[in-house]
Design a protein around this ligand. Sequence first.
Ligand code: BTX
Length: 323
Amino acid sequence: MRKQLLEIFSEANGGFVSGQKISEELGCSRTAIWKHIEDLRKEGYELEAVRKLGYRIVQKPDKISGNEIQLGLKTKTLGRHVHFEESVTSTQKIAHRLAYEGTPEGTIVVAEEQQAGRGRLDRLWFSPKYTGVWMSIILRPSIPPSQTPQLTLLAAVAVVQGIQEVTGLEPDIKWPNDILIGGKKVVGILTELQAEADRVNSVIIGIGINVNQTIEQFPEELTSIATSLSIQQGDKIDRALLIQSILAKLEDLYHNYLTNGFKVVKLLWESYAISIGKQIIARTLNGSIEGRAIGITDDGVLRLEGMDGTIHLIHSADIEIKQ
Ligand code: BTX
């Protein structure tokens, strides 16, 4: 009932909906409607009631929910199954379990807070309550495991496009998975696999976006390297809308990728990348290499021209861009 009521308001697009229309569509009495409206208010919805006009939603709560993500969602598969939780250790952990249990492709796990959100190499990802998008997406592509790094780049392109659409901001990508605005990290992407030697069972793409944090809400060690979309844009951003936009972009790119290969993603990725053409230091687990980033291969691997002209292929590293 609550879901149907929210759908009716969503169709009205911020306009008034008469009590009569609601009671006809939901098949319930005016008193029952009033009770549902009160429940929505308790959840944080701000609703205006005007005699003869009816009700309208003035403001949605800062919280998100599975329903809110799905209302107005324009995808066919991504986000059609939402596993939503208020607080988790890591959405990746839950997604791994669901993937193992056979959840359909496109299932997403979203939480309001992660107590142990993780980055690459078991680093921590700061994921405070009600301010960010902490989401894991389960895909089941028929590709060899060696090609899955391409999906990290594909996800980065989708996230950049979603952010552009919802906020008008123009983020940059730093190979392989950081999304920056004004040189500060606003998004982290972590791609993990469940695979056999030559076959991918599932790819779990974890996306962490700093959306509505203020500068004061970041721990001290992050204030010089991290930022949020609302700090950059100056306004509060609708997180459910952002998730919907990213899922729609991701679905389009993913289908194009499965049909036509990596070419389109590669071109788009390069158009958003800031590290290409620059002097960089690539810190790998086997040591650091300094040189010029000259592009990515068709597999999404970074090509770096060392000081002596040798071309290095970098599969995994932290990149520092030298000015
Ligand atoms: P990464 O290893 O590239 O980045 C981790 C590093 O980024 C940390 O060591 C810290 O310096 C910095 N950092 C930590 N938190 C933040 C933050 N909120 N904003 C900016 N910088 C930060 C990046 O790993 C991959 C992150 C993926 C996070 C998602 S959230 C949903 C899913 N669940 C989960 O546990 N991880 C993914």
